[in-house]
Design a protein around this ligand. Structure first.
Ligand SMILES: CC(C)=CCC/C(C)=C/COP(=O)(O)O
Length: 296
């Protein structure tokens, strides 16, 4: 007989508790595995009838929402009144999915469904496969390398202190973005969508992960930076915003990302600009940096 703890931890409680019942095999969809309170009630009764270890039944009952309200006579009449040992958090979530848990799972399901639907350029044979080369061009426009190389080049050519200051901060923004995105990708480790073809231009090792989209963070960060530091005519300002939006959308259309990767990427990029603006480097607060650069 499996130990009570193992039988509870090893799989969703509803499945383990009813393995002695006759309605379907353990783990079958018929068992649900969802751990509803009605199911718990039945499983406790059947454990009594079939002589399942009472300690095991107590453990299950202790997790029942009915038992927690102290109104379940069978659980109260167990051989020992000692409080059962606490169960791992993940089991409790299985039995009592919180509103937040349900909302998150629903959001995730919608995200996956929508991302798959929007991934119309994911392959050459996809419905919008002919637009794929254009999307890949957009991809390069938001890649880190052209932005870094361009900024360094302009920094070398700049002959004014004001220009150097803006470019130095642009460089700081790009590096901060690379660092934060790599850090979050490495922590979250969300796989790219299954329909993605990994044929991207120069990637880092963390780029096998998709959350958040580095292109989306860069799009939001760069467009905010440009709009705040370059004097541009209105049509050009609209174009910058449009570029950022289409770049984000193209990530999902190419099948590189799910919608939430891009949405969070936009949010993160927006916030990154606020950090850059807050820590704005100038000859006053970072004289060493500017002196070093002027000696190049
Ligand atoms: C190699 C350098 C300097 C940057 C990598 C840029 C890159 C490939 C980011 C991944 O973007 P997504 O997360 O949007 O796919």
């Amino acid at each position: 007989m499996p130990s009570p703890r193992r039988s509870v931890e090893g799989r969703p409680l509803g499945v383990s508790a009813s393995s002695s019942s006759s309605s379907g095999s353990p783990g079958s969809p018929a068992h649900g595995g969802g751990g509803s309170s009605r199911f718990e009630f039945q499983s406790l009764l059947s454990s009594r009838a079939t002589g399942v270890d009472p300690a095991c039944a107590r453990l299950r009952a202790s997790e029942s929402p009915v038992h927690r309200r102290s109104s379940f006579p069978l659980a109260a009449a167990g051989p020992s009144q000692a409080p059962p040992p606490p169960l791992p958090e993940e089991d409790r979530m299985d039995l009592n999915p919180s509103f937040l848990g349900i909302a998150l799972r629903s959001l995730l399901a919608i995200d996956l469904w929508l991302s798959k639907k929007l991934g119309v350029c994911a392959g050459e044979s996809s419905s919008w496969g002919s637009v794929r080369p254009l999307m890949k061009l957009l991809e390069i426009s938001g890649h880190g390398i052209p932005w870094l190389v361009g900024t360094l080049y302009c920094l070398c050519r700049s002959d004014s202190w004001a220009g150097r200051e803006v470019l130095m901060n642009l460089l700081f923004a790009l590096l901060l973005d690379l660092l934060l995105v790599a850090l979050i990708k490495g922590l979250v480790r969300r796989r790219r969508p299954a329909h993605n073809q990994m044929d991207m231009f120069v990637t880092l090792s963390v780029d096998k992960y998709s959350f958040p989209s580095g292109h989306a963070t860069r799009a939001a960060l760069m467009s905010r930076f440009i709009l705040n530091h370059l004097v541009l005519a209105i049509p050009l300002r609209v174009l910058v915003v449009l570029w950022a939006f289409v770049l984000g959308l193209s990530r999902v259309m190419l099948g590189r990302h799910n919608v939430t990767d891009v949405a969070f990427g936009f949010f993160l990029g927006y916030m990154q600009y606020s950090i850059v603006d807050y820590c704005w480097l100038s000859p006053h607060n970072a004289p060493v940096l500017f002196l070093l650069w002027s000696q190049q």
